[in-house]
Design a binder for this molecule. Structure first.
Ligand SMILES: Nc1nc2c(c(=O)[nH]1)N[C@H]1C(S)=C(S)[C@@H](COP(=O)(O)OP(=O)(O)OC[C@H]3O[C@@H](n4cnc5c(=O)[nH]c(N)nc54)[C@H](O)[C@@H]3O)O[C@H]1N2
Ligand SMILES: Nc1nc2c(c(=O)[nH]1)N[C@H]1C(S)=C(S)[C@@H](COP(=O)(O)OP(=O)(O)OC[C@H]3O[C@@H](n4cnc5c(=O)[nH]c(N)nc54)[C@H](O)[C@@H]3O)O[C@H]1N2
Ligand SMILES: [Mo]
Length: 765
């Protein structure tokens, strides 16, 4: 499964790189210029400004950019938007159209030759289209014919478990709830989602240790924290509005430690676009920057913990919250016994850091009473990702920093409703209580056997154990690892279906037959029989609120996601106990059903209409850990990285540029890292380059090594960068071909797309 190449990967053409100085601060004037450049190009200036004024306002729509929460009450005067939120909106509200005429003049094969950037720029899909068996072009199909085809194919399977139903995290609560209900009435739990590749490791670690798979903090906690530690996250690009919260922490006297192999510009200096008068203060957000080696966070945390334990032993009760530990936790003795076996010096050596810097960080943590730890993909996408997060919990438990103001866990979610989709039951391993409630309300027997997650779904399709693939949003081929292997898996299917807003690579890497069903985006009005509807979403901090589209739909043919699910369900299920069409006439009816089944949604329709929405219950926020398997918060024993590099091997992390939203490529620049007009680059330590005999902008191939297998990605340009020795970085999706499908995090099964072992070879051309 390796070097064979098809057109599943983006083409290997270079686009004309320009290198600039790495900027010294994020946001500011350049961000505003970039915002207006993207909206005027994609949407038009007047309509674009109208749109910006509605993002994240209480009467507006939820920004599809990320899951960072909005302030509970006070919202910025002009808008709660950021440069990258504006780009996300511009992408969705684009003037460009992919119509049946477009498909008539572009074959699937021709489209596959385009880069993801070029494919995305073709625009929004206007009509349902079908690719018939053996055909070269998609052609128009009626909605009913599309639903009937899906019903026929699904019912022809030997077992419901031969179908896979993927979800990406933009799907609203209402659509997600109907979707999982349909899938379970059809008879399977095959509900993989983007979360499997994202924060699954956080969910696994937090449920085990604290009894809830979600974070504990609210936005207001950032005003009260003594210390915020930001690990494995690049908020300047991926959650720009988080920088305002970090600014609040600093204004209130708190401090910030950043742990990252890269000095990400946004965390170093930030110019709040909402406060231009303050741009000249030039204050740095980060107080202590720990430039850790990739996947050495457990070593770092253990070193810090040992330094803290030493101090605590000198003066018991001075560093740790002994009352909290006694009352609320279990497992301390085993944890202490285990960690004492490690040697601080060796741990620090693993991290690549200077001891005095680690000591400085430990001293700051020692004196802080209220600590928040934030993290994202830099911690969740490694083989020992779950250990990373469990070790963070150990630290917070020792400090008594969970369940009180100004302290707690903050896994920063990606997609704007990825957390809500899970709450709605998009999960291949549903809880018994949830299934019981579904059975009772809808009078059927939901399947109990666990379904496939993303990695298992790919294996099942590859082994021809699954034959129909349906995706509610997302871009499966470009988001998943092992591109060529995954492409073979999709091509094995009898039918692939994508419910999408925009054209993407997954539409052209298809099964024997393929459907694209175009849906409304967040920014568009959703009119059903009873009138205009709103949907609801849950942000990273468990606030459920409404999202109202304001634009006229770009085509009369578009349907809402709930309406599409209802159409598929009616064409597929015989004698369903659910009144699918009726539920879609008025989304209040869907919300009533959600309220009947999922705890925390009482008076859903009333409370979601309140400005700013409502908080879902969260046991760890209240310091109640009774839902864990021991009834207490659990200390855990965690392993340090076991990756060993042979001579001439490097660790590679796959990260995002400032100009992309996952697989949607807004542009070819990574302004904050000084790379313009090129995505096929590899960042390397300058000394490593010397040792390898590589020059700046040298053209190389990358080869990944896993269990004796090799995978190759051709034509990358080497860029010297501030990154620890033996560590490298490339962008996804271009580097996904190198990520082995079977290289996953234990427990969460998340692809280890930030620990890829590679070697680098010069090209002769
Ligand atoms: N504009 C924009 N916004 C987005 C997205 C987008 O693509 N574009 N994607 C959304 C989604 S779905 C998600 S999940 C989030 C992703 O948000 P992030 O997690 O911030 O995204 P990545 O680019 O994957 O960045 C990972 C960061 O972790 C660091 N890192 C990598 N490996 C390690 C490690 O071993 N240890 C430590 N300490 N750090 C490490 C990298 O240097 C990088 O700074 O953003 C969401 N928001
Ligand atoms: N190597 C590597 N791989 C990774 C990652 C990484 O860091 N490194 N990150 C992983 C992470 S964190 C994630 S979350 C996944 C993302 O995986 P996905 O969620 O599958 O991918 P996206 O790129 O977010 O999906 C974009 C597509 O969604 C569709 N879309 C946009 N808005 C809507 C909408 O409102 N409704 C519907 N139905 N469709 C819509 C559009 O057609 C668009 O092309 O990728 C993962 N893959
Ligand atoms: Mo994500």
């Amino acid at each position: 499964m390796s070097t064979k190449k098809t057109n599943a990967q983006p083409p290997e053409n270079l686009t004309g790189i320009k290198l600039t100085e790495v900027p010294t601060s994020a946001a500011g004037v350049k961000a505003i210029q970039s915002t207006f450049k993207h909206i005027s190009k994609e949407v038009g200036l007047v309509k674009g400004i109208g749109l910006l004024s509605k993002i994240n306002q209480t009467d507006g729509f939820d920004c599809p950019g990320c899951a960072w929460p909005d302030p509970d009450a006070k919202r910025a005067f002009l808008a709660e938007y950021c440069e990258n939120g504006a780009k996300a909106i511009a992408e969705e509200a684009t003037k460009n159209r992919v119509s049946p005429l477009f498909f008539a003049s572009h074959s699937v094969e021709d489209l596959a030759k385009l880069s993801d950037y070029e494919i995305g720029k073709k625009g929004r899909i206007t009509h349902p289209v079908l690719l018939k068996p053996g055909s070269s072009h998609y052609e128009k199909i009626s909605w009913q014919a599309a639903f009937d085809l899906m019903g026929r194919e699904l019912n022809a399977l030997n077992s419901p478990n031969e179908a896979i139903f993927y979800t990406s995290g933009r799907t609203s609560n209402e659509a997600a709830f109907l979707y999982q209900l349909f899938v379970r009435q059809f008879g399977t739990n095959n509900l993989p989602d983007c979360s499997n590749m994202c924060h699954e490791s956080s969910g696994s670690a937090l449920s085990e240790t604290l009894g809830i798979g979600k974070g504990s903090v609210t936005l207001d906690d950032f005003n009260h924290a003594d210390l915020v530690i930001v690990m494995g996250q690049n908020p300047g690009t991926n959650h720009p509005r988080m920088l305002s919260a970090l600014e609040d922490t600093k204004r209130n006297g708190g401090q910030i430690i950043t742990v990252n192999p890269l000095p990400e510009v946004g965390l170093m200096k930030f110019k709040n676009p909402q406060k231009p008068m303050k741009w000249f203060s030039g204050e740095s957000l980060t107080d202590i920057f720990l430039q850790v080696k990739i996947n050495e966070d457990v070593s770092l945390l253990k070193a810090i913990l040992l330094l803290l334990i030493e101090k605590e032993q000198e003066n018991p009760g001075s560093i740790f919250d002994t009352d909290f530990i006694k009352e609320k936790t279990q497992g301390l003795d085993q944890f202490l016994a285990d960690i004492q076996q490690y040697n601080v010096e060796e741990l620090i050596k693993n991290t690549g850091l200077e001891k005095n810097l680690v000591q400085e960080a430990a001293d700051l943590i020692a004196k802080s009473k209220k600590v928040i730890v934030c993290w994202a993909m830099g911690l969740t996408q490694h083989k020992n990702a779950v250990d990373n997060i469990r070790e963070i919990v150990n630290l917070l438990l020792l400090k008594g920093s969970i369940g009180k103001k100004g302290a707690g866990t903050c896994p920063v979610r990606g997609h704007s409703n990825v957390q809500g989709d899970r709450t709605m039951g998009i999960w291949e391993k549903p809880k018994e209580a949830f299934l019981n409630a579904l059975d009772k309300e809808f009078n059927f027997n939901a399947p109990r056997e666990h379904g496939y997650d993303v990695v298992d779904a790919i294996e099942a399709m590859h082994a021809k154990k699954a034959k129909v693939f349906i995706a509610m949003g997302g871009n499966f081929i470009s988001a998943t690892p092992d591109t060529e292997h995954t492409a073979e898996a999709l091509r094995n299917c009898d039918l692939t279906v994508h419910i999408s807003t925009k054209l993407n690579r997954s539409h052209v890497i298809h099964g024997k037959q393929a459907l694209i069903l175009p849906c409304l985006g967040r920014s568009e009005r959703d009119i059903q029989e009873s009138g205009e509807q709103f949907v609801s979403v849950e942000n990273s901090m468990g606030v459920v609120h409404q999202s109202n589209g304001h634009l006229a739909p770009l085509s009369d043919e578009l349907r809402s996601e709930p309406a599409i699910v209802a159409g598929i369900a009616e064409a597929t299920l015989k004698n369903s106990t659910v009144e699918w069409s009726k539920l879609v006439t008025n989304y209040d009816l869907i919300r009533d059903k959600i309220e009947a089944i999922i705890p925390g949604f009482d008076r859903y329709n009333e409370r979601v209409r309140k400005k700013g929405g409502f908080y879902l219950p969260n046991n760890s926020r209240k310091g109640d850990f009774t839902p864990t398997h021991t009834g207490k918060a659990n200390f855990t024993i965690n392993a340090i990285s076991d990756v060993t590099l042979e001579k001439d091997q490097f660790i590679m992390m796959t990260i995002r540029t400032h100009d992309q939203y996952n697989t949607t490529i807004y542009g070819l620049d990574d302004r904050y890292r000084g790379v313009l007009n090129e995505r096929r680059v590899i960042f390397m330590n300058a000394q490593d380059m010397v040792e390898q005999g590589l020059q700046k902008l040298e053209l190389v191939d990358l080869i990944s090594h896993f269990n004796g297998e090799q995978r190759v990605a051709q034509k990358f340009l080497v860029i010297p960068y501030s990154i620890p020795r033996r560590c490298t970085a490339t962008y996804f999706p271009e580097a996904n071909v190198l990520v082995p499908l079977k290289s996953v995090a234990h427990t969460s099964n998340t692809p280890a797309s930030k620990t890829v072992v590679i070697s680098i070879t010069k090209r002769n051309d």
